[in-house]
Design a protein around this ligand. Structure first.
Ligand code: SF4
Ligand code: SF4
Length: 383
């Protein structure tokens, strides 16, 4: 069994992936004080950075798979060390050698599904637009106002399909001339890239980009912050530029333009959870709150760790595909924070967060106390 990669290889791989700033780390440990893992168990990014600096990373070390890429440590690091890029670099080496700890092995099935059907579930590509049956949702044509890209979870997961339906209802109510690409759409590739599978990411990205260019797409509205982040910040690596808009931003704009109005009462106390890839990674904190605050009767209350300090749900960085034992789930802490506000609904705008909170709600026997909703589901109830 291979236990250590050659030192030079490790250092070159990290440098090649933009992780060169590991050498600036002066071991202050601030990253460890904010990392959500240390709210449930012991974990040291500081130690992993130290090992990477000297090329001493062991690729079978389970700890290299722990980071959810939530970005909290990067907010406090005084030396601008790129912890996330460093972890992806070492995962690329592990993936290259095919070295996966037992609980990470489900990623192999995810990869097979992505390669065969363009989605992590391995569901038939032909069923990708099934969620839109019976709704007034057109196929995208050049010249339309926007392409709507629901993403894999909203296309295939029974719970999340409801979010795609709610989104279509909102876009229809606002009179937006939009379309979808259905079975031509492929996974954005965000989570598989975070597991270190650069080849699969490139394959998926190129398939999407080719489609968009062939269909004359200019503007893309997305539901998932993970798609948003990847299209906006990573697809430009392929020398393409599309206008990428998250649905929360788009709804905010539609309200401002007078195309959407909500006059019915929503007399509920709700709390909003900032998804890492919408908030910390892309600075979108205000728009979802602005939309909620427009709803008559709605009372918005904040959790203790909010905005830039939002507590990660634990599903980023490819961890959506792997098993996390009950004691290690910081989503449970987040749900307790939500319940403690007295809110009866936890609203968010990310399919990973919705999935994880729904799971936690049942496991923690809190399903009678709080509901989990995507922002679009709240709004669709008022149309
Ligand atoms: S916060 Fe930055 S400088 Fe401090 S230990 Fe962590 S990576 Fe190193
Ligand atoms: S990105 Fe988040 S999970 Fe990863 S080490 Fe930093 S704080 Fe911890």
């Amino acid at each position: 069994m291979l236990t250590e990669t050659p030192i030079k290889d490790v250092i070159e791989e990290i440098e090649g992936y933009g992780g060169d700033p590991v050498k600036y780390c002066y071991q202050c440990g601030k990253c460890d004080t904010v990392c959500p893992w240390n709210e449930v168990r012991s974990f040291s990014m500081r130690k992993l950075i130290r090992e990477a600096t000297f090329g001493l990373t062991e690729i079978e070390n389970e700890e290299i798979w722990r980071c959810t890429t939530c970005g909290r440590c990067q907010e406090v690091c005084p030396r601008e060390v790129k912890q996330i890029q460093d972890m992806i670099a070492v995962r690329r080496m592990a993936t290259g050698y095919g070295v996966f700890p037992e609980h990470i092995k489900p990623i192999r099935a995810v990869t097979a599904g992505l390669g065969a059907e363009g989605n992590p579930f391995g569901e038939p590509r032909a069923n990708r637009a099934d969620w839109s049956k019976g709704l007034d949702v057109k196929t995208y044509e050049e010249g339309m106002e926007a392409l709507y890209f629901p993403g894999c979870y909203l296309c295939y997961d029974p719970r999340l399909k409801k979010v795609a339906v709610a989104t279509a209802k909102i876009l229809n109510a606002a009179g937006v001339d939009y379309g979808i690409l259905g079975e031509e759409e492929s996974c954005c590739g965000e989570s598989i890239r975070k597991t270190g599978n650069e080849e699969m990411f490139k394959e998926l990205a190129k398939a999407n980009i080719k489609n968009w260019i062939e269909h004359g797409v200019k503007k893309i509205v997305v539901s998932s912050p993970h798609c948003y982040h990847t299209f906006k910040n990573e697809y430009p690596e392929f020398n393409v530029h599309f206008e990428i808009v998250h649905i929360s931003e788009y709804i905010c704009q539609l309200i401002k333009e007078g195309r959407l109005q909500f006059n019915k009462e929503y007399a509920k106390k709700v709390t909003y959870h900032d998804p890492c890839y919408l908030g910390r990674h892309n600075n979108i904190y205000d728009e979802p709150r602005d939309v909620l605050n427009q709803l008559p009767g709605l009372e918005l209350v904040e959790m203790p760790e909010t905005g830039v300090n939002s507590l990660c749900c634990g599903m980023g960085g490819g961890r959506i595909w792997v098993d996390t034992i009950m004691a290690d789930r910081f989503v449970n802490l987040r749900l307790e924070q939500a319940v403690a506000t007295g809110a009866t609904e936890l609203v968010t705008t990310c399919p990973y967060c919705v999935t994880n909170f729904e799971d936690a709600r049942v496991v923690m026997n809190l399903d009678n106390q709080i509901e989990i909703k995507d922002l679009t589901e709240v709004l669709a109830e008022l149309l």
